[in-house]
Design a protein around this ligand. Structure first.
Ligand code: KG4
Ligand code: ZN
Length: 340
């Protein structure tokens, strides 16, 4: 089946073409340069940019896959969670396209897309593996931080999630406090290299062993108060140490909770995905954890599949269609708070 995926939940305009689970094309038009000067995503700017870019991005995805719209069997589009006015651009575009060309449509959960991104294959069908379930998934981005027990594709149980900020959001906010750019996660990764991660002592959030939830706002507040009265010179002198300390506190918390839940639920495999997993240090920490627990680990085969993309939406849509058929195109709308 040829699937066209469309994703506009935040600040990337994305389209991809898949043949079943194989990526034939994956186009991402990033709006980072438009939002950078504001230090975060500005909804109106995102909406306008999506409107301008969606048509060329979809056409490029079809062209790169050497397909036309007439070859497409299914359109998969992000329904939520995400920014309402951004979601609406992709959603309405997908509905119009599906109606015009009489193509079936599935409305997909963005978080499910991130979870399933580890099962995407390249055009040659690689990497080859058959996932083992139940699988415990850690998915961490700028909008969500969840630990999900996956009994099978389509059968999800959230067993831990952040009570406040997402981990990526915390990294973005700490980068802002340090006067670094947006989005903060990748900049913090770069600046933290060579820094002393024990330079600043940050709290251990929700330390109780029975609590499987996560929390990042306390880390951010402690970070803020500890450096609040520092001179610009002092901050600049210790920039690497500060970035490394904050990043380390976020990753320690993620790893501790993930490890605790693995011990409790005893899955047969684990996976990790989402924008924050684009971080090499976090990926290597998760690899080490999998080794310690003697569990197979699934990560997206390319770093580009960690951050927002439409290939993961197309794959989630493909599985959803096999499970329960198409969505009712005339009675479905975006859901900015769509639960998994
Ligand atoms: O999955 P994603 O593209 O969008 C959402 O669904 O939110 O994730 C974006 C988040 C941002 O918070 C960004 O700072 C973070 O992922 N991120 C990173 C890295 N690359 C992106 N965090 C840490 N290290 C990175 N290399
Ligand atoms: Zn995302």
């Amino acid at each position: 089946m040829y699937i066209l995926g469309i994703e506009t939940s935040c600040d990337d305009t994305c389209a991809a073409v898949l043949y079943d689970d194989k990526i034939l094309s994956n186009v991402i038009s990033s709006q980072i340069n438009l939002h950078q000067e504001w230090g975060g995503v500005v909804p109106d700017i995102a909406k306008r940019a999506h409107q301008e870019r969606i048509d060329p991005v979809v056409n490029t995805a079809l062209k790169n896959a050497k397909k036309t719209i007439d070859d497409i069997d299914l359109i998969a589009v992000t329904r939520g969670p995400g920014l309402g006015i951004a979601l609406a651009v992709g959603f309405n575009y997908a509905k119009t396209l599906a109606k015009k060309h009489n193509i079936k449509l599935v409305a997909v959960n963005h978080v499910e897309g991130h979870l399933l991104s580890v099962f995407l294959k390249n055009s040659k069908g690689l990497p080859k593996f058959t996932p083992i379930f139940p699988c415990l998934g850690l998915t961490v981005s700028g909008g969500h931080t969840k630990i999900v027990l996956i009994e099978d594709v389509g059968d999800y149980h959230i067993v831990g999630e952040t009570l406040d900020d997402a981990a990526g959001e915390a990294l973005d906010k700490s980068a802002k406090l340090l006067g670094l750019g947006y989005p903060g996660g990748p900049i913090i990764e770069r600046v933290a290299k060579g820094g002393d991660c024990k330079f600043l002592i940050l709290p251990n959030p929700l330390p109780e062993k029975v609590n499987f939830n996560l929390s990042f706002s306390g880390l951010k507040t402690s970070f803020y108060y500890q450096i609040k009265n520092w001179s610009v010179d002092k901050k600049l002198k210790h920039l690497s140490d500060l970035a490394a300390s904050f990043q380390n506190a976020v990753f320690n918390h993620l790893e501790r909770k993930f490890s605790l839940i693995i011990d409790e639920y005893k899955p047969l495999s684990i996976l990790a995905s989402g924008g924050v997993l684009a971080n090499s240090l976090l990926r290597s920490r998760v690899r080490k954890l999998a080794k310690t627990k003697s569990l197979p680990l699934y990560l997206p085969y390319s770093k580009k599949l960690n951050t927002d993309n439409a290939a993961m939406i197309a794959l989630a849509g493909f599985h959803q269609f096999k499970r329960s058929g198409p969505s009712d195109i005339n009675n479905i709308d975006i859901a900015p708070r769509f639960e998994l």
